[in-house]
Write a protein that binds this ligand. Structure first.
Ligand code: SAM
Length: 283
């Protein structure tokens, strides 16, 4: 199912990607978003860069924190476990339904990836076991990201690498919308995230956790496909929140969502957020 077809009222800004969110419609929508992001060429470019920078090798023990549907866990498993090498990849995912989907997809792909429950701030692993910890677009949902990064540092072995990929939602750009209205929608969207400016704080939080951040920081804009913009659901949710928060009046919000949708139907809409990539090493 594509995101534009995914419907249902159970999916809202404040339920998206929460560990406790269940229910068919909400999960379908989350999976649709993750599949869409998996298919985005810009995300693939950032992932390929980060995989190369982290130098994942056969025999490595890899942990994917907040693994979602397990796409990157499967990729890490394929790199770490080659033929009979003892490497492995473990996805830690607190959302029970996403975890079940990840297990099913790994079985379908004949992947060695394994999955278990856990929170980024309380990883079910001993100290110093991991060669690589991958944590992609998770910290924006975590109320205490500094504690999560300290926990990631704890489970890394000396010489291990943490790959932290995350957005900074203040970098949102929207075409065909008055900038002040676009800012109101972004403000409303960000108010529903635990840590909407996740990326900019990662170097400080990683340094405080004793990690050394590579000077080459990756970035790639997640450009939302026109089908998403034409469907209008993503901006509708932000607009409804902005109206409820008194940031913009309903008529202005409706007109903004309509204008972006119209632009998408004409084929010239543009909406994006920047995702940054940090490779951090444990001395
Ligand atoms: C946007 S999804 C990203 C999934 C996956 N990393 C990817 O890039 O495809 C965010 C994920 O973080 C998980 N998550 C939310 N809060 C978390 C927490 N406190 N600890 C670990 N994972 C969390 C969600 O359940 C969801 O799977």
């Amino acid at each position: 199912m594509s995101i534009s077809e995914a419907g249902g009222s159970a999916f809202t800004l404040d339920t998206a990607f929460k560990p406790e969110t269940i229910g068919d419609e909400a999960v379908e929508q989350m999976v649709a978003i993750l599949d869409l992001q998996d298919g985005a060429p810009s995300i693939e470019r950032l992932r390929a860069w980060a995989l190369a920078a982290a130098d994942v090798r056969p025999g490595d023990i890899c942990v994917d924190v907040g693994s979602g549907t397990g796409t990157m866990t499967r990729r890490l498993a394929a790199l770490a476990r080659v033929d009979s090498t003892p490497g492995k990849a473990l996805g830690i995912e607190p959302n029970v339904t996403l975890r079940e989907i990840a297990v099913r997809r790994a079985a379908g792909a004949r992947s060695h990836a394994q999955f278990g429950p856990g929170l980024a701030t309380d990883l079910p692993l001993p100290d110093g076991v991991a060669d690589v910890v991958w944590c992609e677009r998770v910290l924006q949902h975590v109320p205490d990201p500094a504690a999560a990064i300290a926990e990631i540092a704890r489970v890394l072995r000396p010489g291990g690498r943490a790959v932290l990929l995350d957005s900074d939602h203040e970098s949102r750009v929207e075409s065909d919308m008055d900038p002040d209205v676009a800012r109101a929608l972004t403000t409303a969207f960000m108010s529903q995230l635990a840590n909407p400016r996740a990326a900019r704080n990662i170097p400080r939080q990683a340094s405080a956790a004793g990690l050394v951040v590579d000077p080459d920081i990756g970035s790639s804009a997640l450009v939302f496909p026109e089908e998403v913009l034409a469907a209008g659901r993503m901006h509708r949710m932000a607009a409804d929140r902005a109206v409820a928060d008194g940031l913009v009046d309903a008529a202005t919000a409706d007109a903004a969502v309509q204008a972006l949708g119209d632009a998408a139907r004409h084929g010239w809409a543009f909406s994006a957020v920047t995702v940054f990539g940090f490779v951090c090493r444990k001395p």
